[in-house]
Design a protein around this ligand. Structure first.
Ligand code: PEP
Ligand code: MN
Length: 340
């Protein structure tokens, strides 16, 4: 971190600032120039409150030279994080495909869809029991009943379950869930992130609607700094000026995140586009840019779905898309996991 001091800062002010900075356990290095002085901070500056430094009377500007995230940073952990979910490997040279309906609706719906996605080659089952909906009048999810139906679908198919948590107080209901999803709207629910950091479950952390990559990484840091290192980041489209699609899929985020972090990266083309015909090309694009996992909405009867009908694939269409995903993933050297 580099702190530029204002012109004519007195020696006493400099000394006071240096002694204040020593509380952060970093060493300070004063460089005296002709017109202004600069203090360089050396060591782990993740705990230095940049705004508090900026607020000091004698400080002109402050600049970080290192990222504010440490646990998620590839610089400190060069090797890829590999997460084992019931024998499915996320981030370890395999591609995972999490597929299933937007919402869990009925026993028949979830079981039929689970069997179909498994037959097509999906490696995990997704489905929402707690649904974050824009309108309070829309279907809000089955809650506990939905979780029970997902566990039933796991019994039938063996597919690990990915499902979203919206509230810390529901955590006990997720005891048997394999991957806990934090949705885009909760990317910065820091209370929830910290609590998930204290449990030992893989967390699928989705990028917020207007979340920068650094904010996404800092949210991962919230989970990891509490102890849980099993975090998967998910690009799911961001909100831009373009209304033609539900969101704008930021595919470049995948290789950029790969440079910045050792965590596995997933892509959700369904919420990113909201348009059924765009799922295949965007899913393939995600595989081509190096995603470790895909999350795709599939429904046995999309026209009558209780949520997100316009973006859910039918099982036959999903099977077609899976064939291409498998071929491309193989070509990319990250074959779709075939663990059963
Ligand atoms: C979902 O996956 O069901 C979902 C609501 O996604 P997002 O949080 O990305 O909107
Ligand atoms: Mn959905």
């Amino acid at each position: 971190m580099i702190i530029v001091l204002k012109n004519h800062t007195s020696e006493q002010e400099v000394n006071e600032l240096m002694s204040w900075l020593s509380r952060f356990n970093v060493s300070t290095n004063l460089v005296q120039g002709v017109h202004s002085n600069i203090i360089g901070l050396i060591g782990d500056t993740t705990h230095v409150d940049i705004e508090a430094v900026q607020a000091k009377e004698c400080v002109e500007s402050v600049q970080r030279v290192q990222e504010p995230y440490k646990n998620a940073n590839r610089k400190f952990h060069p090797d890829d994080t590999v997460i084992d979910v019931r024998g499915r490997i996320i981030g370890g040279g395999k591609t995972q495909v999490m597929a299933g309906p937007c919402s869990v609706e009925t026993e028949e719906q979830i079981i039929t869809t689970a069997i179909a996605v498994k037959q097509a080659g999906a490696t995990m089952l997704r489905g929402g029991a707690f649904k974050p909906r824009t309108s309070p009048y829309s279907f809000q999810g089955l809650g506990k009943e939905g979780i029970d139906l997902l566990l039933q679908a796991r019994k039938v198919t063996g597919l690990p379950i990915v499902t979203e948590i919206m509230d810390v107080s529901d955590l006990d209901l997720f005891a048997d869930i394999d991957v806990v999803q934090v949705g885009a709207r909760n990317m910065q629910n820091f209370t929830l992130l910290k609590e998930l950091g204290r449990c030992d479950k893989p967390v699928l952390l989705k990028r917020g609607l207007s979340g920068t990559l650094q904010e996404l990484l800092m949210s991962a840091e919230y989970i990891m700094s509490e102890g849980n290192q099993k975090v998967i980041l998910c690009e799911r489209g961001i909100r831009t000026f373009e209304p033609a699609m539900r969101n704008t899929l930021d595919l470049a985020a995948v290789p950029l995140l790969k440079q910045k972090t050792h965590l596995p990266i997933a892509v959700d083309p369904s919420h990113a586009t909201g348009i059924v015909s765009l799922i295949e090309p965007c899913a393939l694009g995600a595989v081509a840019v190096g995603a470790d996992a895909l999350e795709i909405e599939v429904h046995n009867d999309p026209k009558n779905a209780w949520s997100d009908g316009a973006q859910q694939l039918t099982p036959p269409k999903f099977a077609e898309v899976m064939k291409k995903i498998k071929a491309l993933a193989e070509f990319m050297g990250k074959p779709v996991d075939d663990a059963q």
